[in-house]
Write a protein that binds this ligand. Sequence first.
Ligand code: HEC
Ligand code: HEC
Length: 212
Amino acid sequence: MFATRHFCLIACLCANIGFSMSANAADPMSGDAARGRAIVAASCANCHGADGKASGKAYPKLSGQRPEYITEQLMNFKTRSREDLTMTDVSARLAPADIRDVAAYLSAIPAPVERTSAAPAPTPAGERLFSQGNPAAGVPACQSCHGPRGAGLAAAGVPRVAGQPALYVWSELEAFKSAERGTEGGNVMRIVASRLSEKEMQDLARYIAALN
Ligand code: HEC
Ligand code: HEC
């Protein structure tokens, strides 16, 4: 595929220059954003957009996402605790320094403020679930972790969800519910999603897609 050819190019490039740039590899905040931009342009832009503001319905936006979270998820794809045909392949070709640089570049771009075009209209049920949960079913309020506007929480490793395409949010909730997607520390999202009905997941996906 088109994207795959670029990966070979990047992989070779990185094999040559990777080491000289890999000081502070442990700290995702210290990446080289200019180098990250070049990697994104060559290997990620087709799906996520050159600025991380993907417009496709199935692709998550990466701009403004927490750098720790971008790093963690790329490692999850690498170790296959999170499975996705494309991203398994993509992540396998990224060296630790590449991941750090890509995270530095993407996280510094302001998150999109405009709604995803043709996002389905949110329902009051989605808003209620997000802000209050459903105590009767043991569903906690999403905002208690993801924040009242869905911006996430850096300290606790909670990702930004605001403005993600509804289809993407819904498919991730499904993946947590079916335990197809692994989670970090404590299995929180698997437990939360297992208590959501199909209708509730759809309502939440619409609401989250409209948040900014
Ligand atoms: C051919 C399309 C495609 C390409 C190219 C691609 N991705 Fe992805 N990416 C996806 C899809 C689809 C998902 C959602 C996977 C899922 O549902 O688990 C994803 C998910 C992600 C996630 C997780 C986001 C989240 O909110 O959980 C990160 C981080 C990511 N990609 C980074 C990258 C980087 C960095 C590159 C380039 C080096 C890249 N991707 C290239 C399609 C792509
Ligand atoms: C106790 C804290 C907590 C609560 C409550 C919570 N979440 Fe999460 N959520 C997380 C964490 C932590 C992650 C990252 C999971 C991982 O690293 O695998 C996450 C990930 C997600 C993701 C995947 C985002 C991405 O791009 O990868 C979605 C979608 C999501 N949550 C939606 C929800 C919804 C909807 C609710 C309410 C019904 C909710 N969350 C309640 C902590 C929480």
